[in-house]
Design a protein around this ligand. Structure first.
Ligand SMILES: C[S@@+](CC[C@H](N)C(=O)[O-])C[C@H]1O[C@@H](n2cnc3c(N)ncnc32)[C@H](O)[C@@H]1O
Length: 378
């Protein structure tokens, strides 16, 4: 993977203050500032005509359904498709483009969770259904299956899964100028910017220059990675794993969404939850019952956190995708263990406080407070 997207966008009149480089020791590609920039300066502007608008105002389409729209455009408009080729060359190939649409059946048991497995199975089934045009795919969508697309015989099921992963992990929803309709867009170069909690740019449409722009939210030094928060829910590793196929180590770690009570469904994203407020001293989940519930989850896994760490440290796990999944389950267990320990400590401290207060209260009982028992004043 090179920086062809950057140079192509530049040639096509884009304004580029970003460099595409390797940003960590795992070989992750990302973007850094090409020069020092001040707050409010534009780091990159990608003209609308260099982006690929797929679908206006279509909410709720799955990755494979969006991929069908990409393929439709490909077959109906070969000029557009050839214009897109330099961009396509900037994208990871099949071996690197990874998310839930690309998981193999062999990966499912590595997840060590029946609910996660079920949600991935549903996603894989959707790829199959869209590919074959099964009845389960909503009929209101004009192109729901490859069967409806002339020229599509060359597209394989895995090819569709790849495009579905692309739609899921690389497309943007931008509101259109002058209306609130969200458009699904592929925006070269901007889609090479990684997710990070410490967002340092804002992305927007700029009508004046007819471009998608990345603007610095604070001064950024040359060489500093440019990141934005794709979604705050990615702070939960189960979400980050299945949507973008990465996991993050945090200190302190956050529980996976599916380990929180009442909010365990992968699909029903709740409002943002604050683990400190929930599990910290006096929090609603700082209880013995919650310790038991979390502990039951922790002991239910077939391997321990230490087993997973040993596997990651061994030579036995050569497939990078398996490594990401094993790291995920190790971090999940670590978050459970440390949350349990934190709650146990908080409960022990609360008990200690209570004991001190109680013994203080006992003393009070014996205090000569009433005039009858108090010291006799001279
Ligand atoms: C929109 S692309 C970003 C550019 C991508 N790194 C590339 O080289 O093509 C999203 C993909 O980048 C990777 N990614 C983004 N943010 C990441 C992060 N904080 N840690 C690890 N991988 C990340 C994930 O593979 C994700 O699916």
């Amino acid at each position: 993977m090179g920086d062809r997207s950057a140079s192509w966008t530049f040639v096509a009149c884009g304004q580029v203050g970003l460099e595409v480089v390797t940003v960590n020791e795992d070989g992750l590609r990302g973007t850094v500032a090409a020069r020092d920039v001040e707050e409010g300066e534009i780091l990159a502007a990608v003209p609308y005509n260099c982006s690929f608008e797929l679908l206006p105002g279509k909410w709720g389409l799955t990755g494979p359904e969006l991929a069908i729209h990409l393929l439709r455009r490909r077959f109906e408009d070969p000029t557009w498709w050839s214009h897109m080729q330099p961009y396509a060359a900037s994208l990871p190939d099949k071996s690197q483009m990874y998310n839930r649409h690309m998981l193999l059946p062999a990966h499912l048991s590595l997840l060590q969770d029946a609910r996660l497995e079920a949600s991935v199975r549903a996603v894989l089934q959707n790829v199959d259904d869209v590919y074959t045009g099964a009845d389960s795919v909503e009929s209101s969508n004009r192109y729901t299956s490859l069967a409806h697309l002339p020229g599509s015989a060359t597209v394989t099921r895995d090819g569709l899964a790849y495009l579905a992963a692309l739609m899921d992990s690389y497309s943007f929803n931008f509101p259109n100028d002058g209306d609130d309709i969200l458009r699904v867009q592929l925006v070269p170069l901007l889609d090479l910017i990684n997710h990070g909690d410490d967002t340092n740019i804002a992305l927007s449409r700029d009508q004046g220059s007819s471009s998608y722009v990345a603007t610095a939210l604070r001064p950024i030094k040359r060489g500093e990675e440019v990141v934005y928060q794709y979604s705050w829910i990615l702070e939960r590793n189960d979400k980050a794993l299945l949507q973008y196929f990465f996991v993050q180590e945090r200190n302190p770690p956050l529980l996976c969404l599916l380990d929180l009570p009442e909010h365990g469904s992968f699909w029903d994203t709740p409002g943002r939850l604050d683990d400190d407020a929930l599990y910290g001293p006096g929090g609603p989940l700082c209880t013995e019952g919650e310790v038991e519930r979390l502990n039951n989850i922790l002991v239910s896994f077939p391997t321990t956190e230490d087993d997973d760490a040993a596997l990651l440290g061994s030579e036995n796990l050569t497939d990078w995708r398996e490594r990401v999944i094993v790291k995920f389950r190790m971090l999940r267990k670590r978050a459970l263990r440390l949350t349990i320990q934190g709650v146990q400590l908080a409960l022990a401290q609360a008990r200690q406080c209570l004991a001190v207060t109680d013994s203080g209260a006992d003393k009070d009982v014996h205090k000569p407070t009433s005039p009858d028992t108090g010291p006799i004043e001279a």
